[in-house]
Write a protein that binds this ligand. Structure first.
Ligand code: SAH
Length: 216
């Protein structure tokens, strides 16, 4: 019998995510399965599995693998949840979420990115993610409340609307702080109260919108 070689995604999980303390097996399995190179333009594909952020056009970035893993794990998903994502970008994080929950609702501000992300997910045959163009700082009222909410752009404060669209018992993960550096925060809504936990510092592009940063 001939052994199948490890894929680049499997190596990324074994060499970067597991040593860094990511233990949620469903998150790790999703990240082994989603081909990260599909979400990048041709010229950047050779760098797809390095642990760094990469440009996706429109001045935006695909988050580094450890950040995607940390945020996904922090949502503590079991598989039957409806998840709201703000900041679709390339759709990579959306695809990872699609493998670990029931339905993803994702909002992206920039239409060219919406169109590309939809195509990326379609190519992988992922049907349980809906992506729309709009200002995600207003959430997505139509399908609220959500079991979990993930914001993948940095915000000066937590948009109140997102707390309102979060189900009792649900978790909200969001990078909060000044434009240069944010703290990744997890809010757990329990008995009507919000409990906060910090997951360390990270640097994200700006959340631009009515309840985020002003344009420019
Ligand atoms: N998770 C993405 C990361 C994209 S970077 C990925 O895996 O590729 C963050 C994204 O948030 C950018 O695409 C940016 O355009 C978007 N964004 C910024 N402000 C937003 C807002 N108010 N509503 C929706 N999307 C927003």
């Amino acid at each position: 019998m001939t052994l199948r070689p490890h894929t680049p995604a499997e190596r990324m999980v074994a060499q970067v995510l597991t040593p860094a303390g990511i233990t949620d097996e469903r998150t790790l399995e999703a990240m082994r399965r989603i081909p990260r190179e599909n979400f990048l333009e041709e010229a950047l594909r050779a760098q797809a599995y390095g642990n760094y952020a990469l440009p996706i056009g429109q001045g935006q970035t695909l988050s580094q693998p450890l950040t995607v893993a940390t945020m996904t794990q922090a949502l503590a998903l079991r598989g039957d949840e409806a998840v709201l994502e703000i900041g679709t970008g390339s759709g990579y994080q959306t695809a990872v979420l699609a493998l670990v929950c029931r339905q993803v609702y994702s909002v992206e501000r920039l239409l060219p990115l919406v169109l590309r992300a939809r195509k990326n997910l379609e190519q992988l045959g992922l049907k349980n993610a809906m992506i729309r163009a709009g200002d995600g700082t207003m959430g997505w009222n139509e399908y609220a409340p959500y079991d979990a909410i993930l914001v993948t752009a940095g915000s000066p404060t937590v948009p109140q609307t997102l707390f309102e669209q979060l189900r009792e018992g649900g978790r909200l993960v969001i990078p909060v702080g000044p434009a240069e550096s944010q703290e990744l925060q997890v809010f757990h809504k329990s008995e009507g109260e919000l409990h906060r936990e910090a997951l360390g510092d990270a640097r994200f592009v700006k959340l631009v919108g009515a309840h985020g940063w002003n344009h420019r």
